[in-house]
Design a protein around this ligand. Structure first.
Ligand code: PMP
Length: 405
């Protein structure tokens, strides 16, 4: 009945639960390594200077109103976003074979992409998506929501704390022809382990051979290496090879626009006619779900992407964030190996890339860190490097040292 008393109680989201526990803790040296949001060296959220500048420009623009955007989003934004990820030289863009639809950040792009596949992909058998083991936990929920069953492909090798490349390749070889594989474009969440460019080439070979579909999720362009082009190289390479694909793009991390929900879904078609058909159906789906995407964040990103001097400034801001993260990796590695002589090999800390690092510690050690040291991290041993800074890194290294001894 409508008293809702028999609605099953769902567990709280584990990441946001962790953040709440951190907030409630009044221990002065507490450290939050759970949530994946950038923090500056004083553990404060960072509004990118270029975003402040763009906001000022928007607020002073008397021609702006609050009308609805088109269903598929702000055209200047979606076309600039496509060039950012696929490259200005992309053949697919030049030939009018891409469809770009503005979405509710990366989550919305994943959802719309999943919904579109669920309705229109040429499924040979059951609707299934291959997800890396492990992956961003929300991928499971997003695909299940639209009736696509998630299955895992091997990705992370606990022994080497690196990539299980052979396992990955052999699942591409043995999956039914025309399977859908979700690929993290760069800065794999949660492991920080990415394929090398040689490995991407072999993965593309295997995908082409078996007619698979590449569902790229790109939430961290610029965050991995500090270079927007380098971080887009796998996506661009796949496009050049003609791999059937779509790309989910988020501006949450690289523009620090978490709450503005700026994202885009790009689908690459074989012909302009195919792309037009895809666009017509994406519009129908988008209409019933959100009607029109939000304007403010898209206007900000559009300004930054289309103004040459703002774009240069954005690249510097991205460098600031990426370099701080890289310097924290180096310092953590140095503390563990050279100062504390912590047992084990810690090279993965500097070999991994992006916001997250898989430390390789077990769930009991994670719990000990949370309970004993007030260091908050998820039970899989993932830490957000952005939660470390020059003030807390020694405390963290010492706490980690204690739990692995
Ligand atoms: N995909 C991956 C792999 C992510 O890590 C994230 C952010 N945690 C997202 C998508 C989407 O984030 P958002 O919706 O904030 O853009």
């Amino acid at each position: 009945t409508a008293s809702w008393s028999s609605v099953p109680l769902a567990p709280p989201d584990s990441i946001f639960k962790l953040s709440a526990a951190y907030k409630a803790d009044d221990y002065p040296q507490k450290v939050n390594l759970g949530v994946g949001a950038y923090r500056d060296d004083n553990n404060k959220p960072w509004v990118l200077p270029v975003v402040k500048k763009a906001t000022g420009l928007l607020l002073n623009d008397p021609s702006l109103d609050h009308e609805y955007l088109p269903i598929t989003g702000l055209p200047e934004f979606t076309s600039a976003a496509a060039k950012l990820i696929l490259g200005a030289e992309s053949a697919a863009i030049r030939e009018g074979r891409t469809v770009s639809v503005q979405t509710i950040s990366g989550t919305g792009a994943n959802h719309l992409g999943a919904l579109f596949l669920s309705r229109f992909y040429n499924w040979n058998g059951p609707k299934q998506i291959y997800l890396s083991d492990p992956t961003w936990a929300n991928h499971y929920a997003i695909f299940k929501n639209v009736g696509i069953e998630p299955i895992n492909y091997p990705y992370y090798d606990a022994k080497t704390i690196g990539l299980n490349f052979n396992g990955f390749l052999s699942s591409l070889d043995s999956a039914p022809e025309g399977s859908v594989f979700l690929l993290h474009a760069c800065a794999h969440n949660p492991t920080g382990v990415d394929p090398t460019s040689e490995q991407w080439e072999k993965l593309a070979d295997a995908i082409m051979k078996r007619n698979h579909f590449a569902f790229f999720d790109c939430a961290y362009q610029g965050f991995a290496s500090g270079d927007l082009d380098r971080d887009a190289s796998a996506v661009r390479y796949f496009e050049q090879r003609g791999v059937p694909m779509l790309v989910c793009q988020s501006f949450a991390k690289n523009a620090g626009l978490y709450g503005e929900r700026v994202g885009c879904l790009h689908v690459v078609g074989a012909t302009k006619d195919a792309a037009d058909r895809v666009k017509s159906q994406l519009s129908v789906l988008q209409r019933s779900e959100i009607s029109n995407p939000p304007s403010h964040g898209a206007r900000l990103v559009s300004l930054i992407l289309t103004d040459a001097s703002l774009f240069e400034e954005w690249k510097r801001d991205i460098q600031t964030m990426a370099q701080r993260i890289i310097s924290m990796r180096k310092e953590l590695h140095r503390l563990l190996t050279e100062e504390l002589h912590t047992p084990g090999n810690w090279d993965h800390i500097v070999n991994q890339i992006g916001m997250f690092s898989f430390t390789g510690i077990n769930p009991a050690q994670c719990e000990e860190l949370v309970k004993g040291a007030h260091v908050y991290l998820t039970g899989n041993g993932r830490i957000s490097m952005a939660g470390l800074n020059t003030h807390n890194i020694r405390y963290f290294a010492e706490s980690l040292d204690k739990v692995v001894r």
